[in-house]
Design a protein around this ligand. Structure first.
Ligand code: NG1
Ligand code: ZN
Length: 542
């Protein structure tokens, strides 16, 4: 077939380095940008097949999120804005690793397995972040799309979060970038309309854009906010490097403010996006100059408490749950379950897993501790809220709650975690509750914790179960961890192979920072010894 001839011809321009094996990981393929050209071309092919199969538009995002500037990555987005299914992740890995001469066979295998009608039209949206490698890599995706006769719906050089949004073809509002801003900003203005006496101080937010795409989009969006939110934007991409000493990952892991920000006044509300603006964390410094981080767990708690109160006031019997991963601070889980009486579920790391579980509830609030997350409402829940908001026979209290719920739904980007939408949601809740960032912070106190990385020869020797909280292999590792955990109070620890870096991640929490640090170190040593550590043995933190 002529189509396959074209694939052959084009693929020669995007050759696969011999011997390179890459895995479709937590968030697609991610590695040094120099190794990704053939992957991009092949993902263009795969997205085209996926579009033919689903008879809908597929998104391809060229980004490595919070990774350093020299990395890049790619992930595929399904028609409703979700990550592609497991089967297609496997197809992606197969296609990516096929040797140059086996590419057509690998492609034909997928076509056969999925019974794809090759005469079906295909449409693909391609988006990229601001990395210097993103222009040529996204071109490689487009080459893949056109080699299989797919149409690329414009070379989208913009914000990645609007891709899933537009894929929904208008389900969440007018399907244009302009519609995206208008919808979220209008909902925010509606939500904050009756919060009397908001001073300019309260309307002010200090934002670190990580020198990424979110910063550009916030600039474009600002006028729609009509001064109801006044943003001081730092690390806006005009000079600094992407994610370099700034951004949500830096702030969360280093537990300190980003560089490149203005001097933060005590109590000033600040937040950081990551480079592709799907993560957000909040922070402030207190009058003693101590830094306080409010991460994904704090956001999930604030949001779920707010929604639960509104559902009660509205008299709506809808099932709400919070979905977390093993990295959620134990204090947050304890507070949600025991004080708020909210159902909490734990899944494997990676938003695709959280998203999936959140869909099981009427209202599913999901966040990773690192600030990646959103809220999902079932169709039935949205309908009930809508009906109540329009019902003329309900009392004022119920009606008011229903209207607030309706506007809350409108401020949320339900397709994926979207830092801009999350920011507007948090800002609206704080405004409605008249809450300062310190008051929000004191809802519960985080247990001291520590995350470390251990280099091993092959991280796949670690296999986990129970939402990654227990290691099944190598033999003896889980026992060693259990024995170490017993030595400390309020302690918990687990290890898992990273899906985005060639390391094993170690997490530990305990009643004091010293204990959390010591436990994390001891567990790192156990990993090093039992799972084939390479390089120097991990050293104690103190
Ligand atoms: P890995 O490298 O699999 O731990 C990291 C984050 C995830 C998720 C992905 C995708 C942690 C501990 N892990 O995954 O939560 O955000 O990157 O960006 O933060
Ligand atoms: Zn990201």
């Amino acid at each position: 077939m002529a189509q396959f001839q074209e694939v052959l011809k084009q693929s020669a321009l995007h050759p696969k380095p011999a011997g390179l094996v890459l895995q479709y990981g937590t968030s697609g393929f991610r590695t040094n940008a120099k190794q990704l050209d053939h992957i991009m071309f092949r993902m263009g092919l795969l997205a085209t097949l996926r579009s033919k199969k689903t008879k809908a538009t597929i998104g391809v995002m060229v980004t490595a999120s919070h990774n350093p500037e020299e990395d890049n990555g790619v992930k595929l987005i399904d028609p409703m804005g979700e990550m592609v299914t497991q089967d297609w992740e496997e197809h992606a890995t197969q296609l990516a690793n096929a040797d140059q001469e086996d590419l057509l066979t690998a492609l034909k295998n997928i076509i056969e397995k999925e019974a794809i009608n090759m005469s079906q039209e295909a449409n693909v949206f391609v988006g990229k972040d601001t990395r210097s490698s993103s222009a040529s890599l996204s071109q490689a995706v487009l080459d893949g799309v056109s080699a299989l006769g797919g149409h690329s719906k414009g070379k989208r050089s913009g914000y990645l979060k609007d891709i899933p949004y537009m894929l929904c073809n208008g389900k969440y509002g007018e399907a244009t970038v302009e519609g995206y801003y208008t919808k979220f900003c209008q909902a925010f203005i509606q939500l904050t309309k009756n919060t009397s006496n908001r001073t300019d101080d309260q309307k002010h937010l200090c934002l670190d854009g990580a020198n990424g795409i979110g910063a550009l989009k916030v600039r474009e969006m600002e006028s729609h906010l009509k001064k109801e939110l006044q943003i001081s934007l730092n690390n806006d991409g005009s000079k600094g490097r992407l994610n370099h000493q700034c951004g949500a990952d830096y702030v969360k892991v280093q537990q300190k403010p980003p560089t490149g920000a203005h001097r933060i006044n005590p109590g000033e509300r600040c937040c950081s996006f990551d480079g592709d603006a799907d993560r957000i964390v909040y922070y402030y410094t207190d009058s003693e100059g101590t830094f306080h981080l409010l991460d994904g767990d704090k956001m999930a708690t604030l949001i779920s408490t707010f929604l639960k109160e509104l559902l009660t006031q509205a008299g709506l019997d809808l099932k709400i749950a919070v979905v977390q991963t093993a990295y959620a601070n134990g204090s947050s889980t304890h507070y949600l379950e025991n004080t708020m009486k909210v159902l909490v579920r734990c899944t494997k790391t990676g938003v695709k897993h959280l998203h999936h579980v959140a869909q099981e509830f009427d209202v599913g609030v999901y966040f990773e501790a690192n600030g990646h997350g959103t809220v999902l409402f079932s169709k039935a829940a949205e309908e009930k809220i809508q009906q109540l908001a329009e019902d003329t026979n309900v009392n004022d209290k119920r009606k008011k709650a229903a209207l607030l719920l309706r506007n809350t739904i409108n401020v949320i980007n339900q397709t994926v975690g979207d830092a801009i939408s999350d920011m507007l949601l948090i800002e609206a809740i704080l405004a409605i509750k008249g809450m300062t960032i310190q008051q929000w912070d004191t809802i519960y106190t985080d247990l001291p914790n520590r995350q470390l990385k251990v280099k091993v020869a092959d991280r796949r020797v670690i296999d986990t179960t129970d939402a990654e909280r227990r290691a099944v292999t190598p033999a003896g590792l889980q026992e060693a961890i259990d024995n170490l955990v017993k030595k400390y109070r309020q302690a918990r620890s687990f290890v898992r192979p990273s899906g985005t870096e060639d390391v094993v991640r170690v997490y530990a929490e305990a009643d004091t920072q010293e204990s959390a640090d010591a436990l994390a170190h001891e567990v790192s040593l156990a990993v090093y010894r039992l799972a084939g550590g390479v390089g120097d043995e991990p050293k104690p933190l103190h």
